[in-house]
Design a protein around this ligand. Sequence first.
Ligand code: UDP
Length: 238
Amino acid sequence: MKETYLGVNVSPLSYEGIISEIKSRMTRNEQSTIIAVNPEKIISAQKNPEVKDLINNSTFQIADGVGVLLASKVKGGKISSRVTGVDMMGKLLDFAASEGHPVYFYGAKEEIVTKAISEITKERPNIIVAGYTNGYDKHEDALIKRIHKSGAKVLFVALGSPKQELWIKRNLSNLPNVLVFQGVGGSFDVFSGLVKRAPALFRKFGVEWLYRLASDPSRLKRQMNLPVFLVKVLKERK
Ligand code: UDP
């Protein structure tokens, strides 16, 4: 049962719940799309119906960001912990490695995506890398052919939002053999180790935003979406 905040759906499933649903959808040859939902995207969905549809038409909307968690607590929802985009990608990589599903990586700068793949394969020697393409390649038709031919079953798209979600929507039917699509934003940067994640203590308390704000104060405007979102949710009638 999905929860809805300001008209935007969020899945209450844990990582394990999502993986297990994906597994059974794959046996039925059904494609799945995973989108990370946070207050910034929910606010943007209020102004842009296309963004709202993009989120609501995805198979799994994961509660990335402490804002959605707080909203669920306040409204008596069931979302008990965050499901972050980067950790979801890690769980999907483990799953793909153990089941032998080939994985394609599309997005980020060339040195980032190649370093990310080398770190990922170091940790998961069984993983089958179907291929990769950096996120600045402009030949979409050729890229689609390459992904199709690669035999990939799982595709990560790291172009930032909403670019990656629009790309996935546009190409879902062009890639019928790819069964899992996740838009992962800056996750290749994190897996590459070239961009540092917030320290463990910040992650533990769900305040990575505080760390990011301190390292890059220009993010303040984006982060003002969190209080705006919470006020709107509180005012929202059930
Ligand atoms: N990126 C890309 N092609 C583009 C624009 C961005 O591959 O045309 C990559 C960029 O190199 C970075 C990621 O997309 O790796 C964007 O990460 P960001 O953290 O900005 O995404 P967010 O999760 O905030 O949407």
